[in-house]
Design a protein around this ligand. Sequence first.
Ligand SMILES: *Cc1c(COP(=O)(O)O)cnc(C)c1O
Length: 451
Amino acid sequence: MKKEFNRRITLTEKEMPTAWYNIQADIEDLPQYLHPETLQPICEADLAPIFPPEIIKQELSKERYIEIPEAVQDIYHTYRPSPLHRAYGLERVLDTPAKIYYKYEGGNATGSHKLNSAVPQVYYNKIAGIKRLTTETGAGQWGAALSMACDHFGIESMVYMTKNSFVNKPGRRTFMSAFGGNVVASPSQLTKAGRDVLAKDPECGGSLGIAISEAVEDALSRQDTNYALGSVLNHVAMHQTIIGLETQKQFEKIDEYPDVVIACVGGGSNFAGLTFPYMRDKLAGKANPRIIAVESTAAPSLTKGVYAYDFTDVGHMCPVAKMYTMGASFMPKGTHAGGLRYHGMNPIISKLYHDKMIEAVAYDQYDTLSAGLLFSRAEGIVPAPESTHAVKGAIVEALKAKEEGVAKTIVFCLSGHGYFEMYAYDALLKGQLGDSSTDEQSVAIDALPKV
Ligand SMILES: *Cc1c(COP(=O)(O)O)cnc(C)c1O
């Protein structure tokens, strides 16, 4: 057998990029956010009650590169640069001529890429004098990352966790509590948004759209409290570009450039993180990789939703965004264990998809978790259910390369590990995984704002 080199391509701390890439500098005619009540374009002052000045600036910035603060770089160095792996094991199992690489973001304490944005968000709130942060969490990774970052900077955290996850994921809850986070099941009795939902449906299992409304309402009710969002918004996408910027340096080291770049999409942050630096090259005409977003058939906003202005939360308190959406009141099926449940999509990704700069595909949880199991045995890392969508996407492309007999280079984002989500694999192994695919009828777009 021939020697397999470059199994794990690493960078030193000194080689870590020191600025994020802000793709807004390279995209024209990006639709503006609208105020949820007036439906007029928002201004910085509209966001000031819930976000610190630096985050607002980043959300609307046209500057191409934004320096990563020293204090943030210091924490990044505790777990970054993250490794780029060559998936020799998976290539062998698939018997493909394709070279498969994955950028592994699960190697920090919280187990996913979410920490990349939690750290700067908490930092900017800290220097703005904020004492307490609220947020939503679905699967629990974002709540875990925010609790940990808040603990580091000495800020109190309050996490509204969708009720289904709260019940099914006690390990995640304990993790947040261990880092001093306060966690409550959403919908809760603590906010008007939560009480309104419970009045209509006492058994409601929750959704990210509801949890966001609760967290925003809480933040608006207190001077010392701000809100932090784990995905969807542009500043979150930008913080995650550290993933793709590192990946590009790693590929430079081995003198390769990928033909296909793949990531899963919920709200879009890890996808933006890996792919926006490649999109920069594509927009500049320097390279032309295929860029593929893989979503869940349980919440297929890109492949089954509409491109329209919509509310980003159920309570209509957050900015209205032009995006691919299933409707803010969309509810994924309770049988869904695979993550990626948000009703909308980051506005920049939505525009790029609309402009046909990226491709999108949806797979159901049986297919993705099965791909995750295959990957686990081939590579020795159990992927997060969300990440198994990217794994599935990469496998499909590698098998296509085999059919065509071409040695393509494929890279995907392994956004996190699945060691807290064993119940999903358990259901798969026991043959108890239900069908969670959504049909066109459940697209809840009758209540779009009239813009
Ligand atoms: C949250 C999460 C996702 C989905 O969120 P995006 O913002 O779309 O990246 C994907 N993978 C993991 C591991 C996550 O924790």
